[in-house]
Design a binder for this molecule. Structure first.
Ligand code: UT7
Length: 322
């Protein structure tokens, strides 16, 4: 045989058709946590920015959370389940390492036999999954992709450890990615710092989330803004032209520091952490979905997404708001 193999025609670009979100019904306030651990509402609000968070019930796992958010995104996209060729689910709070959750979420949504796999890039997971979905659509490997970030962090928390149990929470967010004539998902800037692998860690299967809060805080407030600015440059967007900045909802002080350093004075900055806590790989689509629903951000305008966390891993891209 001479010459290369046949490959599909490439699409000019990919874009997000719709977002969806799901927050479990149970609200846990800071005062409620203060009944069981030595903390208080004032400390949590001033140091982390959280007023309350959502915690999933025993009957809600990563599949249920993800299917709720994915179903909402699918409905918003106007596509049928049969239009989806690939489902990618980002999570770092798996109840068990196999099977993956993406095939089960697809099955719940009536998506028949799609490609389906999970990825784990912790709190950056959604941005990694979105970049992978965009690449798959542009390469012709899938017509449309359902991307889900679904986390049940509560099952990996030591509820007597005040340094972590007040931070992390449960929820899911999703997006439907389709081909488009003009690109609506910009190039991803992604990277990692594996030398810092132990800064956020679940060391064994019988242990809980541990983090060196101050070390991660320093890293997030120094290393991440340049990544976000580079994502803007690669997409041909000036930070000051952004309509929204949607960082991973780790800590309101980190979010505000990233936004300040980006000098995007007119952008709406996501602050969903106040109501939803830190939902790791779900936090970015949860936040943006709500901003869109509230009418906080205009359709078609550029938004910067940036995820960062355990790994340490990070990723950022600019997208057009659906
Ligand atoms: O999503 C993945 C990425 N993760 C992150 O980005 C996390 C980054 N780090 C952070 O967000 C912050 O470091 C934390 C929120 C984790 C902690 O805030 P901090 O301002 O760095 O507090 P700290 O750990 O320096 O602790 C300050 C004090 C300590 O007391 P002393 O030693 O000064 O007497 C802690 O024992 O606050 C104490 N403390 C608390 N007090 C009341 C720690 N946790 C609590 C608490 N309530 N829940």
């Amino acid at each position: 045989m001479t010459g290369g193999l046949r490959i599909p025609d490439a699409a000019a670009g990919a874009r997000v058709l719709a977002f969806g979100d799901y927050r479990p019904a149970r609200i846990v306030t800071n005062d409620e946590l203060a009944e069981t651990v030595d903390t208080n509402d004032e400390w949590i609000r001033s140091r982390v920015g959280i007023a309350e968070r959502r915690i999933a019930g025993d009957d809600e796992g990563i599949v249920e959370l993800g299917a709720h958010a994915g179903g909402k995104a699918l409905a918003g996209s106007g596509l049928a389940p049969s239009d989806i060729d690939l489902v990618i689910l980002a999570t770092c709070s798996a109840e068990s390492p196999m099977p993956g959750y993406a095939p089960q979420v697809a099955h719940r949504l009536g998506i028949d036999a799609p490609g389906a796999f999970d990825i784990n890039a912790a709190c950056a997971g959604f941005c990694y999954a979105l970049a992978t979905a965009s690449a798959a659509v542009r390469a012709g490997s899938a017509r449309n992709v359902l991307v889900v970030g679904s986390e049940k962090m509560s099952q990996w928390l030591d509820w007597t450890d005040r340094s972590t149990c007040i931070i992390f929470a449960d929820g899911a967010g999703a997006a439907v990615v389709a081909a488009s004539d003009s690109p609506g998902i910009g190039p991803v800037v992604w990277g990692s710092a594996g030398d810092k692998y132990d800064k956020i860690i679940i060391p064994t299967r019988h242990s809980f989330i541990q983090q060196e809060g101050q070390a991660v805080f320093r890293w997030a407030t120094t290393a991440i803004a340049p990544v976000a600015v580079e994502a803007c440059e690669r997409a041909g967007i000036r930070p000051e032209d952004l309509a929204a900045i949607v960082p991973h909802q780790a800590n309101l002080r980190i979010i505000e520091a990233i936004a300040r350093k980006m000098k995007a004075k007119d952008a709406v900055v996501a602050d969903d952490i106040v109501q939803s806590g830190n939902t790791s790989g779900a936090s970015i689509p949860l936040a943006l979905s709500r901003m869109i629903e509230r009418g906080d951000v205009p359709s078609g305008a550029p938004a910067l997404l940036v995820g960062f966390g355990a790994g340490l891993s990070y990723a950022a891209q600019v997208i057009q708001i659906p």
